[in-house]
Write a protein that binds this ligand. Structure first.
Ligand code: FES
Ligand SMILES: [Fe+2]
Length: 358
C-alpha cells in the first residue's frame, strides 16, 4: 500500500501567529529535495518545493488554483511541478505550463513564488517581500558543506511554538536535568554570560576541570579524564542557532580545544508546530559509519525523546496564552532567551511599521 503523505496541518483564513517575514528561514536539507517534490507549511502558508529539469530548487505556493490540492504531493514531470489531483503543471516562475485535459488550454493562473537559495547544504526560504531577499543575509554555516567536517543531521516536525525551541538552545542549563546521559553539569553549574551585538544574541557557558558526561566523553574519547569545556550559542533572528561546543585537557587554549559545531534551525509551521532542522559535525573519525551512527543515535534521542516531549507539553500547558502575559519566572539561564524574544518582538514591530508606512 502506498504510504500516506504527511497531512497538511489545519490552517485558518488569516494567520493566527505573528512572524518576521523579511528574513531567511531554513526550508529543508538540500539533499532532502531530490526527484520528489516536498509539501511544507511555513508561517501558516502552504509551500511546494521542487527541482526543475536542471536540478535548480524552487519554492512555490503549495496550493493548486484549481481545486486547492497540495502541489508538493504531486510529482515533477518534464521539469515542472505536476498537481497530484488533475495534473496541471507549473514551472519555477509559478506559471501554468501544461494542461493535460482536452483542448490543453493553459489557464492564466500564477502561483506565488518564494525566493529560495541553496547554500551550506541547506535550502533557505524568504517568506517576505521578494524584492528585499538578499542572499548575503544568510548566516554562515559553511562548515556544513566543508569536507573537513562530517555532520550527523536530521529534520523533524515538532509540536510547540518555535520560540520555545530557541529558548531551549539558548538556555543550556536544562541539559543537566533533561539530558543526564549526554551532557554533564557543565551547563547548569558553569559560568554563564549573555550578550547582544546588533541583531544577534549570544549565550556562553564555561566550565573548567570537570568530568564530561558518559555520552560526550565517549564521543570525544575522554572517558574518566577531567576536561575544560566551553559552549557558545549564537542566535540569528528569527530562530537559527549555531552552537559551538569545545572541550580540551585543562588549560588548553579555547581555540585549540576539540570543536563540535551544531546547527539548530527552527521554522514555524503554525503557532503550535515547528520544523526542526539540526546537525552536529566533527573533524575526526571521518568516514567511520559506526561512530556516526552512535553519535546520531545519542543526538536524536536527546532531541526527540528528551527535549521535544517537554517542550510539546509546556506548549500545551500554555493553552495558547501569550508568553509574557503568563508572567514566566525568569532564572539565571534565561539571559539569552529573553534577549532573543525581545529582539524578535522589536524586529517584527519594525517590519509592521515599515509595511504601514509603505
Ligand atoms: S486540483 Fe490541481 S489540477 Fe485540479
Ligand atoms: Fe536539550
Amino acid at each position: 500500500m502506498a504510504e500516506e503523505r504527511t497531512p497538511v496541518p489545519a490552517l485558518s483564513a488569516a494567520p493566527r501567529g505573528t512572524y518576521l517575514r523579511n528574513c531567511w528561514y531554513v526550508a529543508a536539507w538540500a539533499d532532502a529535495l531530490a526527484d520528489e517534490p516536498l509539501q511544507r507549511t511555513f508561517l501558516e502558508e502552504p509551500v511546494a518545493l521542487f527541482r526543475d529539469g536542471d536540478g535548480v530548487a524552487h519554492a512555490v505556493e503549495g496550493r493548486c488554483p484549481h481545486r486547492f490540492a497540495p502541489l508538493g504531493h504531486g510529482c515533477v514531470s518534464d521539469g515542472a511541478l505536476q498537481c497530484p489531483y488533475h495534473g496541471l503543471r507549473f514551472d519555477g516562475t509559478g506559471a501554468c505550463v501544461h494542461n493535460p485535459h482536452p483542448g490543453g488550454h493553459l489557464p492564466d493562473a500564477r502561483l506565488k513564488v518564494y525566493p529560495l537559495v541553496e547554500r551550506h547544504a541547506l535550502l533557505w526560504i524568504w517568506m517576505g517581500d521578494p524584492a528585499k531577499a538578499d542572499a548575503a543575509l544568510i548566516p554562515d554555516f559553511g562548515w556544513l558543506a566543508d569536507p573537513k567536517w562530517e555532520a550527523v543531521k536530521g529534520a523533524t516536525r515538532a509540536e510547540g511554538h518555535y520560540e520555545l525551541y530557541s529558548d531551549n538552545i539558548l538556555d543550556l542549563s536544562h541539559a543537566n536535568f533533561v539530558h543526564p546521559a549526554l551532557v554533564a553539569g557543565a551547563f547548569t553549574e558553569g559560568e554563564r554570560r549573555f550578550w547582544q551585538d546588533g541583531d544577534r544574541v549570544h549565550s556562553e557557558y564555561v566550565h573548567l576541570e570537570d568530568y564530561l558526561s558518559e555520552g560526550i566523553s565517549a564521543i570525544v574519547g575522554k572517558e574518566g579524564v577531567k576536561q575544560d569545556f566551553y559552549g557558545q550559542v549564537d542566535w540569528h533572528a528569527p530562530a537559527v542557532l549555531y552552537f559551538d561546543f569545545r572541550t580540551g585537557d585543562p588549560g588548553t587554549p579555547r581555540e585549540e580545544c576539540l570543536l563540535l559545531p551544531s546547527l539548530h534551525a527552527f521554522t514555524p509551521e503554525t503557532p503550535d508546530t515547528t520544523h526542526y532542522v539540526w546537525a552536529t559535525a566533527r573533524d575526526f573519525a571521518l568516514g567511520n559509519e559506526e561512530f556516526a551512527a552512535v553519535m546520531r543515535g545519542a543526538l536524536e534521542y536527546a532531541f526527540e525523546y528528551e527535549d521535544m516531549p517537554i517542550i510539546r507539553d509546556s506548549h500545551r500547558l500554555m493553552r495558547g496564552g501569550d508568553f509574557w502575559a503568563l508572567k514566566p519566572l525568569i532564572l539565571g539561564g534565561d539571559g539569552g532567551g529573553v534577549r532573543a524574544r525581545r529582539m524578535l518582538q522589536r524586529l517584527i514591530e519594525r517590519e509592521r511599521q515599515e509595511q504601514a508606512a509603505a
